[in-house]
Design a binder for this molecule. Structure first.
Ligand SMILES: Nc1ncnc2c1ncn2[C@@H]1O[C@H](COP(=O)(O)OP(=O)(O)O)[C@@H](O)[C@H]1O
Ligand SMILES: CC(=O)N[C@@H](CCC(=O)OP(=O)(O)O)C(=O)O
Length: 297
């Protein structure tokens, strides 16, 4: 990546600008959800990892929750397994959940751990199963046939949502210079493996840990209105309206539901932003130049 040289005074000003933010977030937990669409190429993922190490170095306790929807899709396509989504959730049969676990808790999780370690951090890769961190409850969805208007319950298979979060393993790790990297796979009460949407997982973790901030990194600038303009700030009531009137669809639905959940559980603010913008996390947390959509109480 080429950089335009910066004036020394500008560099000094930017570093100086970070001080009040470092003080604001000192010792606080910030959950960063790194979406599969935000991951992009290896350079982008390494740059993200370095930003996370920088947060840890500046006194913040970052917790990374990652997705990997597109990467799961690619592997399923390679294997000739069809996949469909209902309201942004992947219908997950037994065969699919095995691939989901392999890609999320296996390759993607370990890649992010490796990049954080290469940037000088100490990452610890876990999923919801470890330390019985997240217990999942099975999810089903009601859909309405547009022609007949008849409602039907759709069985999504092994799709879960966090029912209980036990933060014991995270409490052991946080504050000790270790950076947890979490894959959104969990077990149900009877020990089955469940696929959890990464936004929903991140919201549950942020709520249970009492995080100060939750950042959802995706591939769009934030929440867009019907004219595709960025909405800079949303209250919980605005969020409900955007889902009800159809402004928000597909993968943005679990994101917005997560924002509502997290804010109602005391997370001060959730930001949906474009994770492909270089250093999106640092700019959002440590400078005056916040980007994306802020969802607040
Ligand atoms: N109102 C909206 N504003 C922005 N994006 C929206 C909106 N409604 C639907 N979307 C879709 O949601 C997508 C983001 O969700 P998703 O693809 O699941 O991302 P990720 O992999 O980062 O979790 C966007 O790329 C866009 O296609
Ligand atoms: C139930 C469900 O839909 N699970 C998601 C989990 C990964 C995810 O959420 O990844 P992104 O953040 O990249 O979208 C899936 O199977 O794609």
């Amino acid at each position: 990546m080429s950089h335009t040289p910066l004036d020394a005074q500008d560099i000094g000003r930017v570093l100086n600008e970070a001080l009040p933010y470092m003080q604001k977030y000192d010792d606080e937990i910030v959950v960063v959800k790194y979406g599969g669409h935000a991951m992009g190429d290896e350079g982008g993922a390494r740059s993200f990892a370095r930003d996370i190490v920088m947060l840890e170095q500046s006194g913040i306790n970052p917790v990374v929750v990652h997705g990997g929807g597109p990467q799961i899709g690619q592997m399923l396509a390679k294997l000739g397994i069809k996949s469909e989504f209902v309201d942004g959730l992947r219908v997950t049969d037994k065969q699919t959940v095995e691939i989901v676990e392999m890609i999320l808790a296996g390759s993607i999780n370990k890649q992010i751990v490796g990049f954080i370690n290469a940037a000088g951090g100490k990452a610890i890769g876990l999923c919801g199963k470890d330390g019985d961190m997240v217990k999942a409850a099975k999810v089903s969805r009601v859909t309405r046939d547009p022609d007949s208007n008849i409602e039907k319950v759709v069985d999504l298979g092994f799709v879960g949502e966090p029912d209980k979060v036990d933060t014991k393993v995270l409490d052991t790790v946080l504050g000790k210079e270790l950076i947890p990297v979490l894959a959104p796979v969990a077990t149900s009460a009877d020990g089955e493996t469940y696929n959890v949407n990464a936004d929903t997982f991140a919201g549950a973790i942020a709520g249970a840990l009492g995080a100060k901030r939750l950042l959802l990194l995706t591939d769009v600038p934030g929440v867009l209105d019907k004219n595709k303009n960025l909405i800079k700030s949303l209250s919980v009531e605005d969020c409900r309206r955007l889902i009800a009137d159809g402004t928000v669809t597909g993968g943005m639905i679990p994101k917005i539901e997560t924002c509502i959940y997290a804010v109602e559980r005391g997370v001060e603010g959730v930001v949906i932003l474009d994770g492909k913008t270089p250093h999106a996390v640092l700019v959002e947390l440590l400078t005056d130049g916040g980007a994306g959509t802020l969802i607040h109480a």
